[in-house]
Design a protein around this ligand. Structure first.
Ligand SMILES: [Zn+2]
Length: 133
């Protein structure tokens, strides 16, 4: 097996069982455990907006002044947060890192180019530089 297909099979294995057929900003589900917030459907939320859970996690940490870790399908945040606060930040993430600024379609992907991260739209073909988190 060459390097490319190794990468591909690794990607398939980490995919959650329950997939998202269409683009959707799912509301987070979860609960508090002491001073922590557990989002139980985090992996699915990331899958439905077609982004890596680690990228979304980084953004949430920064926006919510929290630290967090991914455990299976769950995200464990070090602070007590309301689902409303988290949902608002996910919407912000989608506006910044998923939707095409021009045609507003979610058919985009993040690509690395010359050290920059670009948002490439597969619907209209435009490309935009996005900020590093
Ligand atoms: Zn577009």
């Amino acid at each position: 097996m060459d390097y490319e297909s190794l990468l591909e099979s690794a990607y398939v294995e980490v995919k959650p069982v329950e997939e998202c057929g269409r683009f959707e900003i799912m509301k987070v589900k979860g609960h508090h455990e002491g001073t922590k917030t557990i989002v139980t459907n985090f992996l699915q939320v990331a899958t439905c907006i077609r982004r890596a859970s680690t990228h979304l996690m980084k953004f949430l940490n920064k926006e919510l002044a929290s630290s967090s870790e991914i455990s299976g399908d769950r995200l464990i945040l070090s602070r007590k947060l309301s689902s409303k606060e988290i949902n608002e930040k996910i919407e912000k993430y989608v506006n910044l890192f998923v939707l095409c600024p021009k045609c507003k379609k979610p058919d985009t992907e993040l690509v690395e180019e010359k050290g920059k991260t670009m948002l490439r739209c597969m619907a209209c073909g435009d490309k935009y530089e996005i900020h590093k988190i």
